[in-house]
Design a protein around this ligand. Structure first.
Ligand code: SF4
Length: 377
């Protein structure tokens, strides 16, 4: 049975973080209509191939801010999923939760619903850093949310942190890591602050209102993160992801495996093995049932995507797993082999049994190395 992962995009937030370019709205007036349409979308997609013949191994409520939903709304979505899809008995069910939404009552009801993993958007424990990027929570809410999680039935939870953060230093970053560790998360995801086009942060940086830490500081923070992970026994298994032994994110690993995944909700993406499709990124239009769009991926695009994803993981790129199923023609094979040979000779990639990888310490600066391996049309 082919395995599948399901992503539900909950496109609502209390306030807009200055760096964010995800699809969300702070206007909750469309919530009912969006949720009703998500139920309709679940019902219709469950009947289609490949979703009707696949078994769910993970469900991920992302956003936006899924923890903004009432427990009754999450329950209705989970009930619909369980009645429409076949699913593994040990299915991972993750909820992204922001500290300002977390209460002991909510934690208990989420656990009772079958949610067995939380991803908590802490980003920083420092008041100035949180304020600078307009997060809805403050430092004391971050601490009390994690204290409540520690007192709850959730043993599997991830903390999100951001490095290269506005106003951060090498010292403040190390403090963030040590404070996160004091709550013993099973997983930690650390992202570098990216300046995305058309965000408030983009404007602030362009006008000089905000000056980000230098590349040198951000690279040192990444190096310190890796050192911290080694000391505290967190496996660095992907550029931004670290876990205690056996606690990798099943959902994320599914994305990196090129198996089909289904995305429900405004702006959500799906992949059926051949075609990528996406829903309209507008809550009102989505609620009215407007269709999204799709693209067919060429062999080159599939290969290049696989290189980009796999070479940011500790697994690396395995020829029998990642290349052979693509069926490259002899010309493409010759070009790809040439690129690999060059990169190996230059020491940019390392040979591993059955394939190659990039050293984890270089993942943060590896995009150029990876794009040199791409084959063009
Ligand atoms: S809470 Fe998350 S999705 Fe919402 S604005 Fe902030 S970063 Fe974006």
């Amino acid at each position: 049975m082919i395995q599948n992962s399901l992503y539900l995009h909950i496109p609502f937030c209390k306030q807009a973080c200055h760096y964010c370019d995800f699809h969300f709205s702070t206007n909750l007036k469309t919530k009912e209509g969006v949720l009703a349409q998500m139920h309709l979308e679940l019902e219709s997609k469950a009947l289609l191939s490949p979703w009707k013949s696949t078994t769910l191994k993970s469900v991920y409520f992302g956003g936006g801010t899924p923890s903004i939903l009432a427990s009754s709304e999450l329950k209705e979505l989970l009930n619909a999923i369980k009645s429409l899809f076949s699913y593994a008995h040990d299915m991972e069910v993750t909820l992204e939760a922001n500290p300002d939404d977390i209460t002991l009552d909510k934690l208990n009801s989420w656990h009772d619903l079958g949610i067995n993993r939380l991803s908590v958007g802490i980003q920083s424990f420092h008041e100035t850093e949180l304020k600078a990027c307009n997060r809805a929570h403050d430092s004391s809410m971050a601490h009390s949310a994690l204290e409540m999680i520690n007192a709850s039935a959730f043993s599997n939870f991830s903390i999100d942190l951001i490095y290269g953060m506005i106003g951060s230093s090498i010292t403040s970053w190390k403090e963030n890591l040590d404070l996160a560790y004091s709550y013993a998360p099973s997983h930690i995801s650390c992202y570098i602050l990216a300046v995305e086009k058309r965000t408030v942060l983009d404007k602030q940086v362009r006008t000089g209102e905000v000056v980000l830490p230098s590349d040198h500081i951000a690279l040192q923070q990444f190096a310190d993160l890796r050192e911290w992970a080694k000391i505290h026994n967190y496996e660095h298994y992907e550029l931004s992801n670290f876990s205690q032994p056996g606690r990798h994110s099943i959902h994320n690993k599914h994305y990196w495996s090129y198996q089909p995944y289904l995305g429900i909700g405004p702006g959500a993406h799906s992949f059926n093995g051949e075609q990528r499709s996406w829903n309209v990124s507008n809550n009102i239009r989505y609620a009215k049932g407007e269709a999204g769009d799709h693209e067919n991926l060429s062999v080159q695009e599939k290969l290049n995507e696989r290189l980009m994803v796999r070479l940011h993981t500790s697994d690396g790129f395995i020829l029998s797993r990642d290349l052979d199923p693509l069926g490259l023609n002899p010309d493409m094979t010759a070009r790809f082999t040439y690129n690999i040979k060059n990169a190996l000779e230059q020491g940019k990639i390392i040979e591993i049994p059955g394939g190659f990888r990039i050293s984890a310490s270089d993942w943060i600066v590896s995009d150029r190395i990876i794009s040199d391996l791409f084959i063009e049309d």
